[in-house]
Design a binder for this molecule. Structure first.
Ligand code: LCV
Length: 257
């Protein structure tokens, strides 16, 4: 489900599950983890995460068919998407998201969790929990909040609108937007500059920034209250309706209960 390439100190992971629009499933994430472990052992200094050239859909996000039925937390600690985000954050070198096409839901968070984002003109990004009545988890929301400002994060999460890469670049969420024909050259030129710098310094700055970006205090009471609120959502008829509507390829009807 992933194509793995490594040339010297730069590695490339290509999402390779086109029949399901590169939906992020457990097997794909297991392959991702195994590849990242090999990259660490091989002293890879920069990873590029991409879809195949010409992809209309970079990734359709979390594999909805793998979301648990109502009654279970759909984005708990061991969920494949949560593991994927942590793999990106913990890799001791920059992970560059090279994006073309549309990016949905958990894939949007995945791109935002990458250290750098270079998108082709015309790419769009949609945060979709509200389309499926999914109670996103708090570290996932922090990824959005760290990538965007609160106003934009709320617009993306509440509207689920696909946002053009150009607008996200203008708001500092995306590093560069380039013509599709220049996407690879621009991305790998930056990767080359990065791997020409000091890897230990970069790795420790990445880890410091991860710690600083996640340095939020929260009382045990607030944590328990959030988990309780999320449980109401994933126990709701709306959550079950969201899953059913996707399976039946129809628009869901949410009743707020
Ligand atoms: C499994 C899929 C998926 C998929 N999972 O092709 O952020 S949260 O909280 O929402 C989180 C839980 C999350 O990330 O949820 C997933 C959010 N993703 C979306 O809402 C996007 C859902 N997909 C689509 O809207 C369309 O598939 C797009 C616009 C991405 C592509 O449309 P296109 O017409 O090119 P199809 O819809 O025909 O999909 C092709 C195959 O991929 C499956 C889909 O069920 C279909 O499978 P079959 O050929 O077996 O019918 N597929 C698409 N997305 N997220 N499976």
């Amino acid at each position: 489900m992933l194509l793995v390439e490594q040339t010297d100190r730069i590695a490339t992971l290509t999402l390779n599950r086109e029949d399901k629009r590169n939906a992020l499933c457990e097997q794909m994430v297991e392959e991702f983890s195994a590849a990242m472990a090999r990259f660490v052992a091989a002293n890879v200094r920069c990873v590029v995460l991409r879809a195949k050239p010409g992809s209309k859909v970079w990734s359709a996000g979390h594999d909805i068919d793998e979301l648990p039925a109502a009654g279970f937390d759909p984005l708990g600690w061991r969920d494949p998407l949560r593991k994927l985000i942590r793999e990106i954050e913990n890799f001791p070198g920059p992970v560059i998201a090279m994006v073309e096409g549309s990016v949905w839901g958990g894939a949007c968070e995945t791109v935002f969790a990458c250290d750098l984002v270079i998108a082709a003109s015309g790419a769009v990004f949609a945060a979709t929990p509200a389309k499926h009545s999914v109670p996103y988890n708090i570290t996932g929301l922090l990824t959005f909040l760290n990538a965007a400002n609160l106003r934009l994060a709320k617009e993306m999460l509440f509207t689920a609108d696909p946002i053009p890469a150009e607008r996200l670049r203008d708001l500092g969420v995306i590093n560069h937007v380039v013509a599709t024909s220049e996407l690879e050259s621009h991305t790998y030129a930056m990767a080359q500059r990065i791997v020409g710098n000091a890897p230990l310094s970069i790795a420790v700055m990445k880890e410091q920034l991860r710690i600083l970006a996640g340095a939020h205090t929260m009382s045990p009471e607030d944590f328990e209250r959030i988990q309780g609120l999320r449980r109401v959502v994933y126990n709701s008829q709306d959550y079950a309706e969201g899953l059913q509507a996707f399976k039946e390829k129809r628009k869901p009807t949410f009743r707020g209960k």
